[in-house]
Design a protein around this ligand. Structure first.
Ligand SMILES: *Cc1c(COP(=O)(O)O)cnc(C)c1O
Length: 401
């Protein structure tokens, strides 16, 4: 987004501020659809945990996207955003059976990922179709915390437990209508993905009632120039080809599903922050900003790289800075970054802040969460108000002491 526009939005809505470019979300969605356009039945289910603002959900709904939810509350947000029940899927891990019941009573598609729940499901809802999350046992992903398909991961049912699955489902007449995997985030190696694909298709072959195969997500987006990115077009060609071949072997046109989060919304987002202090030490020049890990935790939590630019002085002489937050523990947004010369009061932009940014924010240090603004077709809209002191007190119960 243009620096001038970003500055005017800070002027209008205050700082710190999340700004999303909804047209970028549309472009990413269409890129994905085009990459797999040769597959007859294709469904994109946006992984809403990346960003649950209702207006972002509506943008995706209008494009024809479905959603993937990991909590019953996310399911309810999708209903609130106007998604058809049939377009909402629920892929929980380790939730209570009450939550499964609630999802079923709401009518959403559900993917189970352990035997205990599969048993309970069969007992309570005999002769009912359900899909299964499989753990393909491949190590992939950008960081251990977001690698979910390896053998020690809590996610999915192991590919070595197919016989046990068959035992359980035959007891209750359960049919398996879909096979699912999600091997982690930030995977850019297409071959690793295709390897996991083969494993998943082999599992699908074990059941003759399959209607869809869900390949989850993990598409990597570029965080800095020259960064690796999943080549979605190449992957689309290779995977579509293999999928169509599999449908022939299977004897049925199955639906191909993906659940991208980051790919759809990450690049659309910017977190704008103001420089409170420029602090020169013998070693480092710090730019201390009016935000921190309470608003964007990815750098501290995942060692994530977020590109940082000086919106107020983009063409200034480049100098080295460590951009740090105001939280009372180490919260470095970026160390040793070459940024246009920074003066106190400048507005910096943390790029790629559309996914897992606001949705992971907190009130730590009793700070307010920022406002959110969406820019769509040249117009800007406030889509979440900045918090106030009332919000900090909302659920506190004060007793007489
Ligand atoms: C988090 C998650 C996704 C989305 O992952 P991204 O890396 O953001 O694309 C998809 N499916 C499931 C089940 C998830 O938990």
């Amino acid at each position: 987004m243009q620096n001038q526009l970003l500055l005017s939005l800070v002027e209008k809505y205050g700082c710190p501020l999340y700004v999303y470019d909804a047209n970028k979300i549309e472009a990413q969605y269409n890129r994905m659809i085009n990459a797999f356009s040769s597959v007859k039945n294709l469904k994109i289910n946006y992984a809403v945990k990346a960003n649950t603002n209702l207006n972002i959900l509506k943008i995706l709904r209008n494009l024809g996207s479905g959603t993937d939810c990991v909590s019953i509350q996310e399911v309810k947000l999708c209903i609130k955003a106007g998604f058809n029940i049939k377009d909402i899927s629920y892929t929980p891990s380790g939730v209570s059976f009450e939550e499964i019941n609630e999802a079923i009573s709401l009518g959403v598609k559900i993917t189970l990922d352990n035997f205990s729940i599969l048993e309970k499901f069969g007992e309570k809802y005999p002769n009912t179709p359900v899909s299964l999350r499989i753990n393909p046992h491949v190590m992939a992903g950008g960081n251990h915390k977001i690698s979910t398909g390896h053998i020690d991961s809590k996610f999915g049912i192991s590919i070595y437990q197919i016989d046990e699955i068959k035992n359980v489902i035959s007891k209750y007449g359960t049919t398996i209508n879909g096979i699912h995997m999600h091997t982690g985030s930030d995977i850019y190696n297409i071959d690793a993905f295709l390897k996991a694909t083969e494993i998943l298709l082999n599992v699908a072959k074990e059941f003759n009632t399959i209607e869809f195969v869900d390949f989850g997500s993990g598409f990597k987006v570029p965080y800095k120039s020259g960064d690796n990115e999943t080549n979605i077009e190449e992957m689309g060609l290779k995977l579509s080809h293999r999928f169509k071949e599999f449908c022939k072997e299977y004897g049925k046109d199955l639906t191909l599903i993906f659940e991208p989060g980051k790919f759809l919304v990450s690049e659309s987002g910017n977190l704008l922050v103001k420089v409170n202090v420029v602090k020169t030490t013998p070693n480092i020049v710090f730019a201390g900003v009016d935000s921190g890990l309470n608003h964007l935790i990815r750098p501290m939590m995942y060692d994530a790289y977020h590109h940082i630019t000086n919106v107020s002085n983009p063409d200034g002489d480049k100098k080295y800075y460590s951009v740090v937050g105001y939280i009372c523990e180490t919260d470095t947004f970026g160390a040793d970054r070459k940024i246009g010369e920074i003066t106190e009061g400048d507005i910096l932009c943390l790029h790629n802040a559309g996914a897992y940014s606001f949705s992971m924010s907190s009130n730590y240090n009793s700070r307010y969460r920022p406002a959110e603004v969406m820019v769509y077709n040249g117009k800007d809209y406030l889509i979440r108000e900045r918090e106030t002191f009332e919000d900090l007190l909302r659920n506190q119960v004060e007793i007489n002491l």
